[in-house]
Design a protein around this ligand. Structure first.
Ligand SMILES: [Zn+2]
Length: 326
């Protein structure tokens, strides 16, 4: 069975994002082609920057998440970029799964040049890495949450502030419900904030590759409690919700170093990075792209544990408790 899937990301309330999308074609003036991407952007310089950054992220983030670079795709992923200083940041990536393959990529990204390069692009590229690796849809929280962890610290801090607001106004999502969501809920923004926060909690304790292994086991067995127990030593979604909520209430403190050592030892992690329809003519030893000037200053994207910016929560009181609806 064939089905399409769109990984939608909204950095600002939906109405604002939709209102700020400019008519396609009005700004597109230049194209640029890399091994895996074809970029359309307002200027040739921007198209080149975005294309080179996309290749760099594709290489680096695949190593971060699955341990090795993706094989070259047989067909490049088109990226349509709208870039303007006041444009709301956001993106969407769509692809098709069919009989264990993934293909027909399309990606649209928009925002200021800075946000496109340091947040929207790595977020959307991570969607393609997960699609290539898992070859099936992930629970939305796990997909969007993990993709948000590679954004710039400013964007992650904003998600955290929104989470606090959602938790105080009854828009939190019960974990059993959240783990079962394969599509976006009507109230989509809490899913992003809460998914990001939980992904961050898990990744800070076990790293990105354990997170991928956990999601892979959850998908394979559809027993998320067992997968949690195997990888994080917590075998109950309700208990995880309680532990996570307590962590948020305490300002999301970094885990003690002993935590990672105490986690269950990894078993049968999948070391294989699978790319869709690998190009048989591509070299097995693709040269590592040169690190770009545009991304060299943004290594913080990969080092969230070291970038604990703006993470102090406002004072909490019993007058405005966090609420997770049932
Ligand atoms: Zn997304």
């Amino acid at each position: 069975m064939q089905f399409g899937r769109t990984a939608l990301r909204l950095l600002v309330p939906a109405l604002l994002t939709l209102c700020t999308i400019l008519p396609l074609g009005s700004l597109q003036a230049a194209g640029y082609r890399t091994a895996n991407f074809i970029i359309e952007a307002p200027t040739e310089q921007l198209a080149r920057r975005i294309g080179d950054a996309a290749e760099q992220y594709r290489h680096d983030l695949a190593i971060e998440w699955v341990g090795q670079p993706l094989p070259r795709w047989s067909r490049p992923c088109p990226i349509t970029a709208q870039v303007a200083p006041a444009l709301g940041a956001g993106g969407a990536t769509s692809f098709v799964f069919d009989r264990g393959e993934v293909f027909n990529w399309t990606m649209t990204i928009q925002g200021s040049e800075e946000r496109v390069l340091d947040s929207v692009l790595p977020h959307e590229i991570t969607h393609t890495i997960f699609a290539s690796h898992f070859r099936q849809p992930l629970p939305r929280w796990a997909d969007e949450g993990a993709c948000t962890t590679v954004e710039h610290p400013v964007e992650r801090a904003r998600q955290h502030r929104m989470l606090i607001e959602f938790l105080r106004t009854g828009r939190g999502i019960a974990f059993p419900e959240m783990f079962a969501m394969r599509e976006y809920p009507a109230d989509v923004l809490p899913l992003y904030s809460q998914g990001y926060s939980l992904a961050r909690y898990l990744i800070e304790r076990g790293g990105r590759r354990r997170y991928v292994a956990f999601v892979g086991d959850g998908l394979a067995t559809d027993n998320w409690a067992a997968a949690l127990g195997q990888h994080y030593g917590i075998n109950d979604l309700g208990r995880l919700q309680t532990i996570w909520l307590d962590w948020v209430k305490h300002g999301c403190p970094a885990p003690p170093a002993a935590i990672a050592a105490a986690l269950p030892s990894p078993q049968a992690w999948s070391p294989t990075a699978r790319g869709q329809s690998p190009d048989p003519t591509a070299s097995q030893h693709q040269p590592r792209p040169q690190r770009l000037a545009t991304t060299a200053g943004r290594q913080s994207i990969y080092a969230m544990q070291a970038q604990r910016t703006q993470r102090q929560l406002p004072e909490t009181s019993t007058a405005d408790p966090f609420i997770i609806r049932r």
